[in-house]
Design a protein around this ligand. Sequence first.
Ligand code: PGA
Length: 252
Amino acid sequence: MRKIFIAGNWKMVNGAPAEAVALAKEVVNASGSQDNVEVAICPPATAIAAVCEATQGTNVQVGGQNLYPAENGAFTGEISPTFLLAVGCSHVILGHSERRTIFKESDAFINEKVKVALAHGLTPILCCGETDQEREQGVTEKVVETQIRGGLGGLRPDDVTKLVIAYEPVWAIGTGKTATPEDAQSVHAFIRTLLRDLTNDAVADGLRIQYGGSVKPDNAKELLSQPDIDGALVGGASLKADSFGAIIDAGK
Ligand code: PGA
């Protein structure tokens, strides 16, 4: 049985520690003491330490939005996995479509990050998803397969079991357009079959695949009730505790 996992991606919002802590505390209250849904929030780097401190001892976990695949060194502006761990992160979002498009991250680079995150004991949330144009061209599965094969390259089944995949159709991110539950389910089922090929039944059946892209309180329940949708990666609706809390409730 896969436990529903709801993660909030705050993106470049709430970077001041005081405002981030205020929202984090509201999320802790809104998420309650349920143990059948796992919850994480991913604030901007400047607020991670404060948010980790504010959520310590609660069931709200904290993740980074990115990392650089080295422990330290001359990488101006970057954040290493050891820094994330030192302030209390358990997760890290990797390969988000904004990183892929704006920062030109390749599957090979994302793969390096996944390996480094796993080697340090951080749980990667590996994102994949097609653009509008790719969906229209009918190459959604091909695109997602390339991203997943690339992102997981060289990993053993034992490693794959430690990560989470987020399917986020790019055309649904921040647009208010959501994949229908059936369309999302079909891609999630495809991803699980691919994982079966790449690893084995036990890993594929146990691995959680989140859906992301305009998840809101009013569509969360239907999305989360699909057999292969095991959670949500939430952007806009994670910036208010009441909407994020309602999405968490939908997963209970
Ligand atoms: P959205 O973002 O919920 O605002 O569409 C999702 C994401 O980018 O992870």
